[in-house]
Design a protein around this ligand. Structure first.
Ligand code: ADP
Ligand code: MG
Ligand code: MG
Length: 915
């Protein structure tokens, strides 16, 4: 016996009935089949869970009186039953199916299996959410050697009848009998070649008949079994195949990736066929009720004359545009439907309005025209670009179709990324050299350079540079700033390059592992190609691609729609949205994007520039406190100026400044030349400097002498920074008359006593600087980035006015996972499902999230008005922002270009949790 037929789980003709008597009695009256057609339907659009998206849509459209071929939906419950009971069906299903077929026969005046006027069916999958291309469809079911003759004479078109029959055999063999498609393609190709035909439409009825006999022979030899002639057998096998396709490897993987539960199941839609392949007045196509790329309020789509179903997507023939406008935009020379079938076009356009008014959303529809009569076969909410989503949402509010809140929910926060950065012209040709992580969105072209200095030099001479490094470090900041884009061959989504690039809004591709940079030879090798310094590449930080030469890009234009929608979002969100910014440029950008203040101003970048790094090195290498103070005095005025400029721009909005955080190790001079400079500046011997460098080098700097530990061992450093901050505040307070609000944030605290000591030091300086009446208000708080700090939050809150979760470090420390080294194994972990997602991208709610929850509870128990924020990269990740809302945080802080994402995500969180 043939195996692929046998494992359909049903012997021919009979339907197995479950033997379990108890289930039988309970389920006797259960309804498994919902019919639709002729202006009526058992189901409606609210029944997606039971009927699947397609089934619910067909029912709804049918009840609306739209021209939908009649049919019925077998519920998703039956799929679950079928899966759990190894291919069996619930009792009574066969009766319900038989009755429903009779209903279709009545409407269509045909009969299933009738040799003169045969009813033909389509059998289609359809789950609760769309799973494109994952499951199977069988069309033209019910044809056999006898009914095909009836179809030929009834339609007076034998060519059409035999074309449909061969399509059915091909699909059935593939989906049900496991005989792959390519066998049939091969037979068809050979036949065409022998006859010198180019198009399928060149074949006559006789051609198709010959091909059909060859198909049947092939099936017999491949499956060891004949193609079944009995329509009921065909039907039940196809139903079983669609249910089975819910569990095929492709669908299972897709569900895992999309987080779709396995027990949802698919429905099966059985529907009368309509034929787009009945000659020149027939056609089939897909359409969007508005343009899914631009959002323009006009029908948009493609169609094919004399074709069926899959032909449009299969790419065998070039589809034609539906509208004349679409034809012009696509530079197509094939006639538009609007021109050649104007009445069909107008009917379709009217249906577009009906559907939009009914669903209050842009729809993606499938249609077929059979000899001048239009049928709609599917409708669902259409996928769209961010630009289109914004425009459609705003216009639908104007049209009164949706509310402002609904409009807010219609735009996916993460998709805003597409809007805020320049992007590759989608129509441009490109040659991709390498692919890395899409670390910071945006597209940029420029000359490749391998050092920060060279990037700066090039920028000064008015050229564009793409800085290519194995990895970047704080010393490269000036070059990263000067470059238009950054490529690294090592490092992950939170590597230095990625974080800094996102902060600066530079395009960045990180961890492009097939890029090999040779700093000595000033070349880089990419996939066998050698690029010299100065060669031009284009990078797309939104896709992770590195491309050869200059690929044209387009600038973003922030439309009026953007600010309107963001305004509606702001009305709803509960979370404050702040920015991580430490340069005037970032601050300005952030205000433009709607940030309410600075949630994290890092101060280390301010120490790496030019003469400052030398002073810092002097400070570290100093032999006593007096020398350290002397070195720090050189840095003080520069820091004060930096802070003053930031306060000036922020105009009284709160500014959270973090005291020095990175390991001292990072400031050590590396090269002989650097040691020379420091020894001269500090008046120390070169030998002494060398010795100190060796002594201060750390094995594990990230867990070493950093954060408040430095502030405790070298209090002069934090004293100087506090002084710079507060003096800057005094200056700007006087200059503007606006109160300066500053929050001084202490990093890397694990023990209450650490914060206590540092806070005393800050308060002492403040007493000196803030004499009565100064327009500066400051508070002291801490980062929560060590698990110990989270657990001890109750105690730490005694010293802290606010907490800010440094979720990058907290993730590192909780997992024991170095973000700079995770790239070598994390992808495997994700692939194998050990972790759901990169915890540096989406907050690990289960582990890190629980620590955060504890810290919030314990901290607020000590101090009810404790302000709690997040300032890690997660503050700009939509999913993590929603989690922060649930935790009851006060605010999130993220890099400037992600501020709009956070605002929108916060609104989504508030709206979906009913505020
Ligand atoms: P998918 O979910 O993969 O799009 P569908 O169930 O929508 O699968 O079926 C694929 C195609 O088959 C449809 O685009 C449509 O053109 C064609 N089709 C489905 N049902 C019918 C029908 N009753 N009459 C004619 N064509 C149909
Ligand atoms: Mg479809
Ligand atoms: Mg940190």
């Amino acid at each position: 016996m043939n195996t692929s037929i046998a494992h359909a789980g049903i012997p021919c003709r009979d339907l197995p009935i479950s033997s379990k008597a108890d289930i039988l009695s309970k389920q006797k009256h259960a309804k498994y089949v919902y019919t639709f057609g002729n202006g009526k339907a058992d189901g409606d659009r609210s029944m997606k869970i039971l009927l699947g998206g397609k089934g619910a849509g067909l029912a709804e459209m049918s009840a609306l009186g739209l021209p939908v071929p009649p049919g019925f939906t077998i519920t998703t419950q039956v799929c679950t039953w079928f899966t759990n009971n190894v291919g069996e069906y619930p009792p009574n299903l066969d009766v319900q199916v038989t009755e429903s077929i009779a209903a279709i026969e009545k409407i269509t005046a045909t009969r299933f299996g009738d040799p003169l006027r045969p009813l033909l069916l389509s059998v289609r999958s359809g789950s609760r959410v769309s799973m494109p291309g994952m499951m199977d469809t069988v069309l033209n079911l019910g044809l056999n050697d006898r009914t095909v003759q009836g179809l030929a004479s009834d339609s007076e078109d034998p060519r059409f009848a035999y074309d449909s029959y061969r399509r059915f055999i091909q699909m059935f063999a593939d989906v049900v009998m496991g005989v792959p498609h390519h066998h049939f393609e091969h037979i068809l190709d050979q036949h065409k070649r022998a006859r010198s035909f180019h198009l399928d439409t060149d074949l006559s009825a006789q051609d198709w008949q010959q091909i059909i006999s060859q198909y049947k022979i092939k099936i017999h030899s491949e499956a060891g079994h004949d193609f079944p002639q009995d329509p009921r057998t065909q039907l039940w096998h196809s139903i079983a195949a669609v249910f089975r396709s819910w569990s095929n490897a492709r669908a299972v993987t897709y569900r895992k990736l999309q987080n779709i539960p396995n027990d949802w199941g698919t429905a099966v839609n059985v529907q009368a066929m309509v034929f787009g392949n009945m000659g020149e007045s027939s056609a089939t196509g897909v359409a969007f009720t508005r343009n899914p790329a631009t959002g323009d309020n006009a029908l948009y789509g493609e169609y094919l004359v004399n074709a069926q179903g899959e032909d449009v997507v299969a790419g065998i023939r070039t589809p034609q545009q539906i509208t004349i406008a679409g034809k012009v935009a696509n530079r197509s020379n094939l006639p538009a439907m609007e021109e050649v079938m104007p009445s069909m076009f107008h009917e379709l356009n009217a249906i577009r309005h009906t559907l939009e008014e009914h669903y209050s959303d842009m729809q993606d529809i499938e249609f077929t025209i059979q000899r001048g009569k239009l049928y709609i076969l599917q409708t669902r909410a259409g996928k769209r670009t961010a630009r289109a989503a914004l425009k459609i949402a705003c216009e639908m509010v104007e049209e009164g179709l949706i509310t402002e809140d609904e409009a807010v929910m219609r735009v996916d926060p993460s998709s805003l990324n597409q809007l805020l950065h320049p992007r590759i012209d989608p129509t441009a040709e490109r040659q991709v050299l390498a692919e890395g992580l899409a670390a910071s969105p945006g597209a940029a072209s420029g000359h490749i350079v391998f050092s920060a200095d060279e990037a700066e030099r090039l920028a000064q001479s008015g050229e564009k540079a793409i800085l290519c490094r194995t990895e970047t470090s704080p010393e490269d900041i000036h070059g990263m700033n000067a470059a238009v884009g950054i490529v690294t061959s090592r490092g992950g989504m939170t590597s230095h390059a990625a974080v800094v690039a996102r902060g600066m809004g530079r395009a960045c591709v990180a961890g492009a592992s097939n890029v090999n940079i040779d700093y000595n030879a000033n070349i880089m090798e990419v996939g066998g190609k050698i690029l010299q310094e100065g060669d031009i590449v284009t990078i797309d930080g939104g896709s992770g691609e590195v491309m050869l030469g200059e690929v044209p890009t387009i600038e973003p234009e922030l439309s009026g729609d953007f600010s309107r929608l963001m305004g509606w979002a702001d009305k709803r969100r509960k979370l404050g949205v702040l920015v991580n910014a430490d340069t005037p440029e970032d601050c300005r950008k952030a205000l433009e994007f709607g940030a309410e203040g600075i949630g994290l101003c890092r101060t280390e970048h301010m120490f790496f520039e030019g003469v400052r790094i030398v002073a810092m090195r002097e400070m570290i290498l100093a032999t006593n406190v007096a020398e350290r103070r002397k070195a720090l005095r050189k840095v003080l005025p520069m820091q004060r100026d930096d802070f003053a400029e930031i306060f000036r721009i922020m105009k009284g909005r709160p500014v959270t400044i973090r005291l020095l955080d990175p390991p001292l190790h990072e400031f050590l001079p590396h090269t002989e030349a650097e040691m020379h400079v420091v020894s001269a500046a500090a008046g120390l011997s070169l030998d002494y400097v060398r010795e100190q460098v060796i002594r201060l080098r750390e094995t594990n700097p990230m867990l070493g002498h950093r954060g408040c530990r430095v502030g405790i061992t070298y209090p002069e450093v934090y004293e100087m920074q506090t002084r710079a901050i507060l003096e800057a505040g005094v200056i700007i307070g006087r200059e503007t008359g606006v109160n300066v609000e500053v929050e001084i944030m202490v990093p890397f605290v694990g023990v209450e006593a650490e914060l206590k000591i540092v806070k005393e030091c800050i308060d002492k300086v403040a007493k000196e600087v803030l004499v009565n009446g100064e327009k500066v208000h400051y508070v002291v708080g801490t980062m929560i980035e060590l698990p110990r700090a989270a657990l001890n939050a109750g105690k730490i809150a005694k010293q802290a006015h606010f907490f800010s979760f440094g979720t990058n470090d907290l993730t590192q420390m909780t997992f024991g996972l170095s973000r700079d080294d995770a790239g070598s194994f994390l992808p495997t972990y994700e692939k194998r499902g050990i972790i759901e997602a990169d915890p540096f991208v989406h907050l690990d709610e289960e582990g890190v999230g629980e620590l955060m929850q504890l810290a919030v509870e314990r901290g607020r128990k000590t101090r009810a008005d404790l302000k709690v924020c997040v300032c890690g990269e997660h503050g700009g990740d939509a999913k993590s922002v929603i989690f922060c809302h649930k935790l009851g945080l006060d605010c999130v802080s993220c890099s400037p270009y992600r501020v709009p994402i956070a605002r929108l995500a916060a609104a989504h969180a508030a709206l979906s949790s009913g505020l």
